[in-house]
Design a protein around this ligand. Structure first.
Ligand code: 5RP
Length: 225
């Protein structure tokens, strides 16, 4: 199977998960990226049952609206049973690195509201230790150099994502060379640096369920079986 076919398979598995676990009329939280896009396209078949969604990026909002979903302001949403999103890396504890698409801050906010985070990924994203994928850190523009120096003190090599501005008007530093043995501590530590909006470690709030696309089929980890 191609990588896109694996992504399509996990996207469909996530729609099946939503149909089984989210009451009709629930607001569905939707992530960002190529795997999330396959999920949006598959969810469109259930649009009459789930007409309302919250988007984790402007790109996702546009794609959802293109299918006819109503995209709600998160401030108007009191409950969200499921948030579905991809990841750049995921480990055995369902800790993730996210933000390859630059939407990490909104993704983390929407995930914080959801009861269940369903991560959809192809098998290439599964790792023993996080950190081979450069860790994205969203920074306020005036703090770029200061944050880069602090990240270098932690042993990483930060690189500005050239020509990229987040949906929030900020910059991304991609931090190379981190072997992340304690993702929760590192997530908290980086978030304490003045000027950091958030970082792409999702360990304090990891995924609850992983749907992993493999050549042998979709493997599920976490959640009630
Ligand atoms: C975007 C993300 C994505 O979930 C992550 O980059 C994975 O993307 P893809 O599904 O295209 O591989 O965190 O900010």
């Amino acid at each position: 199977m191609t990588q896109d076919e694996l992504k399509q398979a996990v996207a469909q598995a996530a729609v099946d998960y939503v149909a089984e676990h989210a009451p009709t009329g629930s607001v569905i939280g939707v992530g960002t990226g190529s795997t999330a896009n396959f999920f949006i396209d598959a969810l469109a078949r259930l649009k009459d049952r789930y007409p309302n969604a919250v988007a984790s990026s402007e790109a996702t909002r546009k794609r959802l609206e293109g299918h006819g979903f109503s995209v709600l302001d998160l401030n108007d949403v009191g409950a969200m049973p499921v948030y579905v999103d991809g990841a750049d890396e995921i480990d055995g504890g369902l800790n993730m690195i996210k933000g390859g698409g630059g939407a990490l801050t909104r993704e983390k906010i929407v995930a914080a509201v959801a009861d269940t985070f369903v991560c959809i990924a192809d098998a290439s994203k599964e790792v023993a230790t996080l950190g081979r994928f450069p860790l994205p850190v969203e920074v306020i523009p005036m703090a770029r150099a200061h944050v880069a120096r602090e990240l270098a003190r932690l042993g990483g090599q930060p690189a500005l994502r050239e020509g990229f501005v987040t949906d929030n008007g900020n910059l991304i530093l991609d931090v190379h060379g981190l072997a992340i043995s304690d993702p929760k501590t590192l997530e908290s530590h980086i978030n304490q640096i003045p000027g950091v909006v958030t970082n792409g470690l999702f360990a304090l709030r990891p995924a609850n369920v992983l749907l992993l696309g493999t050549a042998q089929g979709v493997r599920r980890k976490g959640g009630a079986q």
